[in-house]
Design a protein around this ligand. Structure first.
Ligand code: ADP
Length: 235
């Protein structure tokens, strides 16, 4: 069976991927192999997640779970209300996001408290879903704060999506996020070198959307579906 060496590069148009660390054998796909997926705002992480989903991966999305937990009847609401008061729940029973954001703005401890309440609930739900992945199916955890929360060691492999800052700003502007807000968010997130330090696969999403799709297909076919060996162990 084909193997790939550490340091290999795949490219499709202007999109490239670099293999920085060995991946577990493909035979371990399923509940015993979970890939973490992360990237800064506007990098194209969601695009990669949806392509992998289309290709049959089970993608569990931390942000989606967070929204479920704070929707009407959500498990996190009571805990948040006990910390911030019942007026952070709207009349329709959902979390008052604007109200909570205002509290975070005026109370430096608030964000830490929200994270302390939310992260264990999100992780519990996410890992239950990831562990239920059928054998042979790639399990992917889309976790924006993977690096910021030091979660890399929980995964068998980590995919990091990046793109030149100018392209990220442009793509976010097309989505209605102005440059100043985007830069502020980027400054609060992990740096590219912090992400690179934990990446197994580094994706530079510098091409078109078609390039990105073709690259993800190649990554799946050539790296995730075949065993990868580090250079020192290659025969
Ligand atoms: P993230 O989840 O990392 O914040 P998204 O995947 O939502 O990023 O991408 C940000 C925006 O850029 C989206 O509107 C997306 O459609 C667009 N986008 C992503 N990759 C590309 C690309 N290669 N070419 C053009 N636009 C892209």
């Amino acid at each position: 069976m084909a193997t790939q060496e550490i340091g290999s590069i795949l490219s499709r148009g202007a999109a490239t991927a670099e293999l920085l660390r060995p991946l577990p054998p493909a035979a371990h796909r399923g509940p015993s192999m979970v890939v973490g997926l992360t990237g800064g705002i506007g990098s194209g992480k969601s695009l990669v997640a949806s392509r992998l989903r289309q290709r049959g991966a089970r993608v569990v999305d931390a942000d989606a779970i967070s929204r479920e937990l704070t929707a009407p009847g959500g498990e996190a609401l009571e805990l948040l209300a006990s910390r911030f008061g019942s007026d952070i729940i709207n009349e329709d029973g959902a979390l008052d996001r604007k109200g909570l954001a205002a509290r975070v703005f005026s109370d430096p401890q608030a964000l830490e408290d929200i994270n302390a309440l939310m992260h264990p609930l999100i992780a519990q739900r996410a890992w239950t879903q990831l562990r239920a992945t059928p054998d042979g199916v790639l399990a992917v955890y889309d976790l924006p704060l993977l690096v910021e929360t030091n979660a890399a060691d929980l995964f068998d492999a980590v995919i990091v999506v990046d793109a030149p800052v100018s392209l990220r700003l442009q793509r976010l502007a097309d989505r209605g996020i102005n440059h100043e807000d985007a830069r502020q968010r980027m400054a609060q997130q992990a740096t590219a070198s912090q992400r690179r330090a934990v990446a197994s696969i580094w994706i530079d999403n510098a091409g078109t959307i078609d390039d990105a799709h073709a690259l993800i297909d190649a990554i799946d076919e050539q790296w995730l579906l075949t065993p990868v060996r580090p250079r020192t162990q290659a025969t």
